[in-house]
Write a protein that binds this ligand. Structure first.
Ligand SMILES: [Fe+2]
Length: 107
């Protein structure tokens, strides 16, 4: 998937040092027409929370991002895709304790 060393980006297939943490850190992605909903099923406390979601298109354009506060009830974000978006989306979710998780979604 990438040429980066392991331990930078964590995925379902490569959870690295966070073995067993994929559930609760991998973002779940729902695409409905041009609307994308991203959810990370994770606690939101001051000590431990989801910091940010991003969506990057296959051509490397960040088409959406949301930064969370630990006061947010849920790590859920919604985005409208540009109409010319096609191919893969790369969706990330960053935990303040368990780093950066990535899923790929085919449109
Ligand atoms: Fe976490």
């Amino acid at each position: 998937m990438s040429n980066y060393p392991s331990g930078i980006i964590f995925t379902e297939d490569n959870p690295g040092k966070w073995e067993g943490k994929a559930t609760g850190h991998l973002p779940s992605v729902t695409v409905d027409g041009g609307k994308v909903t991203v959810k990370t099923d994770h606690v939101m406390t001051k000590a431990h929370f989801i910091v940010r979601h991003t969506i990057v298109s296959a051509d490397g354009v960040m088409v959406g991002d949301k930064t969370f506060s630990p006061d947010d009830a849920d790590a859920v974000s919604e985005f409208e895709l540009p109409s010319d978006t096609s191919g893969k989306l790369y969706v990330t979710s960053f935990c303040n304790q368990h780093d950066l998780w990535l899923v790929e979604v085919e449109l």
